[in-house]
Design a protein around this ligand. Structure first.
Ligand SMILES: [Zn+2]
Length: 239
């Protein structure tokens, strides 16, 4: 009887510990999987560099999210349509891109400019996008009253995790863009949003960056409103 109890006890111990180990492994695998998701995002286009960026994305079987300025959408309707038809996500980046106009006047100004951009995108492409990015980032500019106005209209708002500073380096030291991606990834967990701009040096470095990400096990995702993630500097859950 005693021997049997010991055997049962040992068997149970074995089952529990192995289940424990199993679930620990599963959790770990799930964590490392989600921490290996990267979103490439491109601001301020579409412009003369956008077709090259789209060519590279197509060639590398990757997709990106494009935060576009209203005037550029109007000027480049074909590029906007191409962005969408090739599986990339079109998003909104204001009309003026101007700190004074957006952030220093009425609290409604950002919401008004994003709404105008949304309507232009819809008219040009038939695509209704609610994802926005505040020019120069939401902190410190998007204080609560501005966020309230934007949230009231049902918009989402994304910032980023890695700033490549490509606006600064793309002409003189484009390789810095790649090195900033590499160093920015270190120690970061969860879905990682990388900020780029539609620019010459960025287009030049993009194949190298995509190859590096893939080689290191990162999965390149494109924004999907059905699987929205919160990614703003205020950690405002409404966005
Ligand atoms: Zn911008």
């Amino acid at each position: 009887m005693f021997k049997k109890t010991v055997t049962v006890f040992l068997a149970m111990l074995l089952i529990f510990s192995s289940t424990g180990l199993f679930s620990a492994n599963v959790t770990h695998a799930a964590e490392s999987k989600s921490s290996k998701v990267v979103y490439l995002t491109f601001d301020d286009g579409p412009n003369q560099y956008t077709p090259k960026i789209l060519d590279i994305l197509k060639r590398k079987k990757a997709h990106a999210t494009f935060f576009m300025i209203e005037g550029n959408i109007k000027q480049n309707p074909k590029m906007v349509k191409r962005i969408i038809s090739e599986g990339n996500y079109p998003a909104l980046h204001s009309v003026s891109h101007n700190v004074q106009k957006l952030y220093r006047g009425s609290s409604n100004n950002v919401a008004i400019e994003m709404e105008k951009t949304r309507q232009t995108l819809l008219r040009v492409s038939g695509f209704n996008s609610k994802l926005t990015r505040a020019p120069y980032g939401s902190k410190p500019y998007m204080k609560k009253p501005l966020r309230d106005a934007l949230a009231k209209k049902g918009f989402k708002m994304w910032d980023w995790d890695i700033d490549t500073l490509d606006w600064k380096y793309n002409r003189t030291q484009p390789r810095v863009i790649t090195s900033r991606v590499k160093s920015g990834l270190k120690g970061k967990k969860g879905p990682i949003v990388i900020l780029f701009h539609d620019s010459r040096g960025t287009a030049q470095q993009l194949p190298i960056i995509i190859d590096y990400l893939k080689k290191n096990g990162y999965k390149l995702e494109v924004y999907n409103p059905k699987h929205h993630i919160v990614k703003n500097f205020w950690n405002d859950r409404r966005f």
